[in-house]
Design a protein around this ligand. Structure first.
Ligand code: GAR
Length: 209
């Protein structure tokens, strides 16, 4: 981004929206050169929508049931984000897999946060998967999105210890704290041109901020 300009982003959220909130907070306090142009949700009851409205961020609902096909739904999602002026899409607890129909509209500028050290434990219930496996270190990952489930070039990761008495709740809370730190940092790297979507099959090269 040219100096002084803010990178407009859309947060896609299906639920609670704490990662949207972390991005919004970082933008609002000027910590990252970005602004949240819209929250788009597939769930009309998502608390993320309420959070957005409370802060004057446009909140848009695009429900799967209103579209005949996945392609039509993905097109409507992309239309909503682009209509808000977004140039980057941040999946923030968006619990659907996006098809190339969506991804191609943003030229690779779609990122996701996932509560595991990928490529370990993709998909649902990542924290439970980590506990069930017995790993001693867990964490979170921000990555560019491709057509797979929690695949795509890794931008940043953060790790946390797994304590012997951890439950899914305690481990999730420890990871979430890192998510809220990591996601704004990844957006800042992109806004500053320190990392960009690499060609298919390549790793993402990150330059220090
Ligand atoms: C976060 O832990 C995020 O990493 C996870 O859902 C939670 C959403 O919380 N995402 C995934 O598991 C995606 N595969 P939030 O709504 O409070 O941001």
């Amino acid at each position: 981004m040219p100096p002084g300009e803010l990178l407009p982003l859309a947060a896609l959220a299906s639920g609670r929206g704490s990662n949207f909130q972390a991005l919004q907070d970082a933008c609002a306090r000027g910590a990252i050169p970005a602004r949240v142009a819209a929250v788009v949700s597939d769930n009309p009851r998502a608390p993320a929508l309420e959070r957005a409205r409370a802060q004057g961020v446009p909140a848009v609902v695009v429900e799967r049931k209103d579209y005949a096909s996945r392609a039509a739904f993905d097109t409507a999602l992309a239309d909503a984000a682009l209509a808000a002026g977004a140039r980057l899409v941040c999946l923030a607890g968006f619990m659907r897999v996006l098809s190339p129909v969506f991804l191609e509209r943003f030229g690779g500028m779609v990122i996701n946060i996932h509560p595991s050290l990928l490529p370990a434990f993709p998909g649902l219930d990542a924290q439970k998967q980590a506990l069930d496996y017995g790993v001693k270190v867990a964490g979170c990952t921000v990555h560019f999105v491709d057509a797979g489930v929690d695949t795509g070039p890794i931008i940043l990761q953060a790790c946390v210890p797994v304590e012997p008495d951890d439950t899914v709740e305690t481990l999730s809370a420890r990871i979430l704290e890192q998510e809220h730190r990591l996601y704004p940092k990844a957006v800042a790297l992109i806004a500053a041109g320190k990392v960009a979507p690499p060609a298919a099959g390549r790793v993402a090269r990150v330059t220090a901020l």
